[in-house]
Design a protein around this ligand. Structure first.
Ligand SMILES: O=C(O)[C@H](O)[C@@H](O)[C@H](O)CO
Length: 334
């Protein structure tokens, strides 16, 4: 896939300039499923990808995006891709560990120090290493987009110390590493699909959830949550997944357009995510949420408390996967 990308890009540039295009481009309608709302930065990415595919195919392709889990949650949509009944989904990695356990490496708490590390890992050899595992599950990852650093919101109390997590009923993604992390922090953690979170918070079936600022804002969680504690406890990537059974029916030129345009969408989406993040934090404060940072010593205690999660889950993720991630991070940090 990587070699294909490099040579393809050069070919594409030459191609679009020199040769009569589109001998191998068919009229197509591509359905894209999203769990987040359209005004999430994923919306900017999809708009950029749509513009790119329209240009590269002279309007032969239509991208139909659905938002707020209208076509089912991340896992349901991904299963539809695997069976070849839907083209695309932009999904978190976490709910898909049942399909590819190696994806669990991204759920390890406090793994990335900042967005630059995440980009370097995802757009580098490690990102390709994971991408190369997915065709076996009938999936193709076109590019890595950003969900982001996750923070806890709740309707009980500000979380300033490890003890403040105690007994809180927290929703986590359908993922046993997140479940373990939040149980280890002393909460009563419940796995739940994203589309059910707002109502569960509103009806007080749960007290808390955790997501990046832009999602807390664009999913209006500030309407049903009082406190936001800046934990930055994990970074979740989004994958731009395409159905392999459908991908394999596309011409090489069409496959290249999908990848090129997903990468163009990636850069727009990440930039929008980082720009909106600060604005979203201010917006939820203006909407009445009480935001607290956590002091360094208290944060050190929280980090120490969940270190055991690495050891407990290395086996199911794959020891080699964890070792390669740590080696790649070492390389970046030294
Ligand atoms: O909390 C979650 O479930 C994720 O962070 C969401 O972004 C989800 O993928 C949206 O489909």
């Amino acid at each position: 896939m990587k070699t294909f990308v490099a040579t393809g890009l050069a070919a594409t540039l030459m191609f679009s300039v020199a040769l009569p295009a589109h001998a191998e481009i068919s009229q197509r309608t591509i359905t894209i499923s999203n769990g987040v709302a359209e005004d999430h930065p994923v919306g900017d990415g999809v708009a950029a990808m749509t513009q790119c595919t329209t240009e590269r195919t002279d309007g032969a392709w239509t991208l139909n995006a659905f938002w707020s889990s209208a076509l089912g949650d991340d896992l349901q949509a991904t299963q539809a891709l695997r069976s070849g009944t839907q083209e695309m989904v932009i999904t978190s990695t976490s709910p898909l560990v049942g399909i590819e356990p190696a994806l669990g490496v991204f759920d390890l708490p406090f793994l990335f120090a900042d967005a630059a590390e995440a980009d370097a890992i995802l757009d580098g050899e490690f990102g390709d290493y994971i991408n190369d595992m997915l065709p076996e599950s009938n999936l193709v990852n076109l590019a890595w987009w950003e969900n982001g650093f996750r923070n806890l919101t709740n309707s009980v109390r500000p979380v300033e110390t490890l003890a403040d997590f105690d007994g809180m009923r927290v929703r986590v993604m359908q993922n046993n590493i997140f479940l373990d992390t939040f149980q280890t922090l002393g909460t009563n953690a419940t796995p739940m699909a994203f589309g059910e979170v707002f109502t569960a918070l509103e009806t007080r079936a749960i007290d808390a959830q955790e997501n990046p600022f832009v999602t807390i804002d664009t999913s209006q969680f500030y309407e049903v949550q009082d406190y936001l504690s800046v934990t930055n406890h994990a970074y979740t990537p989004f994958m731009v997944l395409f159905s392999k059974p459908i991908f394999d029916t596309y011409s090489e030129e069409e496959q290249q357009i999908l990848i090129d345009c997903a990468i163009i969408g990636r850069d727009v989406q990440r930039a929008a995510s980082r720009e909106l993040s600060g604005q979203s934090l201010q917006r939820v404060i203006d909407a009445g949420m009480q935001v607290n940072e956590i002091a360094d010593d208290a944060m050190a205690e929280i980090r120490d408390a969940v270190q055991g999660v690495y050891e407990r889950h290395a086996g199911e993720i794959g020891q080699e996967v964890v070792d390669r991630m740590m080696a790649a991070l070492d390389e970046i940090r030294n």
